[in-house]
Design a protein around this ligand. Structure first.
Ligand SMILES: NC(=O)CC[C@H](N)C(=O)O
Length: 196
């Protein structure tokens, strides 16, 4: 890919604008995705933080759930942060009755694992080869277990819980790098997108 990749941000709910800004800071182009035609147009996708139950319900109402699943299955590079991580999990714990995900990463993610809203916190952690990043956790999930093809890119300290993973073209973090003004996690994703 010689031109800057076009990265969609699923814009049903959540902190869409912050991700769009971070994508642009990482040297790619950003576009809000609400319709199937927009989903078809992008080279990659970000699933923002927000509320996974709402995202699932809106994706169903907008007829996007199956198209999203299919594009992810076909290898669309996709990055999910927080609620987006939950959406990328093959299996979840602590979901509401009947809660569905898009799936793609062979992992079990526990919703609201770090506690309630008041338990939101910030911490520094090592992210992949990018060095130490400031991680903002907001009613965040953690990764309870992973399959053999999933690579761990980051752990919360202390406790060592898995909070960043990658499986092929799919990336997920429990935390919100789009809120820190540091685009290194998005840069990592843009590098992934250029590989595929
Ligand atoms: N900041 C977030 O994205 C929180 C995720 C939220 N707890 C959920 O279950 O979807």
């Amino acid at each position: 890919m010689t031109t800057a990749p076009l990265i969609g941000v699923l814009a049903l709910q959540g902190d869409v604008r912050e991700h769009a800004r971070a994508i642009e800071a990482a040297g790619a182009r950003a576009m809000a995705v609400r319709r199937r035609s927009e989903l078809d147009a992008v080279d990659a996708l970000v699933l923002p933080g927000g509320e996974s139950t709402t995202m699932w319900k809106l994706a169903t109402a907008f007829d996007l759930l199956e198209p999203l699943r299919l594009r992810i299955k076909d290898g669309l590079p996709t990055y999910g942060s927080c609620a987006g991580m939950i959406m990328l999990a093959d299996r979840i714990e602590g979901g509401v009755d009947g809660q569905e995900t898009l799936g793609g990463i062979d992992m079990v993610v526990r919703r609201n694992a770090f506690g309630r809203q008041v338990d939101s916190f910030e911490a520094d952690l090592d992210f992949a080869a990018k060095g130490r990043v400031r991680a903002v956790f907001i009613r965040a999930p953690w990764v309870e277990s992973i399959g053999p093809d999933v690579e761990v890119l980051g752990r919360a300290e202390p406790g060592g819980r898995i909070v960043a993973v990658r499986q092929g073209p799919l990336l997920a973090t429990s935390f919100h790098p789009e809120l820190t003004g540091d685009a290194r996690v998005h840069s990592y994703f843009v590098e992934m997108v250029r590989e595929f």
